[in-house]
Design a protein around this ligand. Structure first.
Ligand code: ASP
Ligand code: MG
Length: 405
């Protein structure tokens, strides 16, 4: 008998049929003698739709009211899931985040969990109920309803698993697990049996979106081992856990391709202290996220100048361009070149810490394909290159073949 947290995302509860499927799966565990806490998201599309409705009324709706509104998405699903379990003759009770004892700070629409008092959950489990908890929401100590940021149901599940010391935390989604590359692009990509928190975080932040990054960080901090698996079949998924010795034997764990980046280059920027600070302060003030930054060595002797490139999320490109153009007279660079025809290709693996030659082999693989590298950045467990968008998928296939097979 185990204490299990199961989280079902929006696509897994997208309609009554899918909700019945979820109930059937939960019922199997329950009948097997396990105690099950189910966390559900809103049915897919519902949260987006609620946001759209509010924005049709007002461009920037009050954030407290947005939380009140968005929390209804998950509240719908918990009740429907409880009803689906009742239909199977299983005792089940749904709880809002507040009823489940999830206390957050008061930062509406992106609240942080402060503590969880799972007393009610334990009582209901002890009475033989399946407990169904609304993901993505909590309540402040003063009783205001809050939400945890988009994708926040993952966080609810991981935090609950930590709070009730669950034996098992399963994140059910519409893919079979975490793959070595996007299987839609690389047909022989493999599902990984396990992956470390850090690798998962790199892959998530690199565009291989399986789970909300914050929830993976939380799992790492509190040592919550979890499994990402499909709600549409019974295949085992991918276990996400602390790095082990055997993981280090694998040099490259996965390849990801981010097509959502754009690049800005400032040509002939004066090279003296304070210039980069000025540029990135202005970009930061405009709430634009910068990913890679590359500055060349200085050229010209009298008035040293350099070229400076950086990448931003594609939707921020126009805004970033405007900010930079606005600095032209103050800083005095030659011109700005902006393009959204780039892709970022990354190799991730904890084994890189102890293996050499990964960068060389990656660049050689790209060279053989005739693909030019525009920018390079590295971390302890990752190498990323910016290349031409048109070559993105070809590059991903080639690099996957060279390192993973
Ligand atoms: N329903 C929320 C969202 O769409 C939370 C979640 O699905 O995890 O962002
Ligand atoms: Mg989600």
């Amino acid at each position: 008998m185990a204490l299990i947290v199961q989280k079902y995302g929006g696509t897994s509860v997208a309609n009554p049929e899918r909700i019945k499927n979820v109930a059937a799966r939960v019922a199997r565990y329950h009948r097997n003698g396990d105690q099950v806490v189910v966390v559900v998201s809103a049915m897919s599309g519902v949260t987006d739709n609620l946001i759209k409705l509010a924005k049709e009324i007002m461009a920037m709706p009050d954030e407290r009211e947005m939380d009140m509104l968005l929390a209804t998405g998950e509240q719908t699903t918990i009740a429907l899931t409880a009803i689906a379990l009742h239909a199977l003759g299983i005792k089940a009770v749904s709880l809002t985040g507040a009823q489940a004892g999830i206390v957050t700070d008061g930062v509406h629409t992106k609240a942080k969990i402060q503590n969880i008092t799972p007393k009610r959950i334990h009582e209901l489990l002890a009475q033989g109920h399946v407990v169904i908890v609304a993901g993505f929401q909590g309540q402040t100590p003063e009783g205001q309803i809050t939400t945890l940021g988009r994708g926040g149901s993952d966080l609810t599940a991981i935090a609950l698993a930590a709070a009730i010391k669950a034996n098992l935390c399963q994140i059910y989604t519409d893919v079979d697990g975490v793959y070595t590359a996007d299987p839609r692009i690389v047909p022989n990509a493999r599902k990984m049996e396990e992956i470390s928190y850090d690798e998962m975080l790199e892959l998530a932040s690199l565009g291989a979106k399986v789970m909300q990054s914050r929830s993976v960080e939380f799992a790492k901090k509190f040592g919550v081992v979890f499994e990402v698996r499909s709600s549409l079949n019974d295949n085992p998924g991918t276990i996400v856990k602390e790095e082990t010795k055997s993981m280090e034997g694998v040099v490259v764990r996965g390849v990801s391709l981010d097509k959502n980046q754009a690049k800005i280059t400032l040509v002939a920027v004066p090279d003296h202290p304070g210039i980069a600070a000025r540029i990135f302060k202005a970009i930061g003030d405009a709430a634009i996220n910068v990913d890679m930054i590359v500055q060349n060595i200085s050229h010209g002797s009298g008035k040293p100048a350099t070229d400076l490139s950086f990448t931003v999320d594609k939707p921020d490109l126009l805004k970033a361009q405007k900010v930079i153009e606005g600095l032209k007279s103050e800083i005095g660079f030659d011109k700005v070149i902006a393009t959204d025809k780039i892709a970022k290709l990354s190799l991730v693996g904890v084994g890189m810490k102890s293996h050499t030659g990964v960068a060389g082999k990656m660049f050689d693989t790209l060279a053989r394909e005739g693909i030019n590298i525009d920018m390079i950045s590295t971390s302890e467990i990752k190498i990323s290159v910016v290349i031409d968008l048109a070559h993105g998928e070809k590059a991903m296939k080639a690099v996957h073949a060279a390192f993973i097979g």
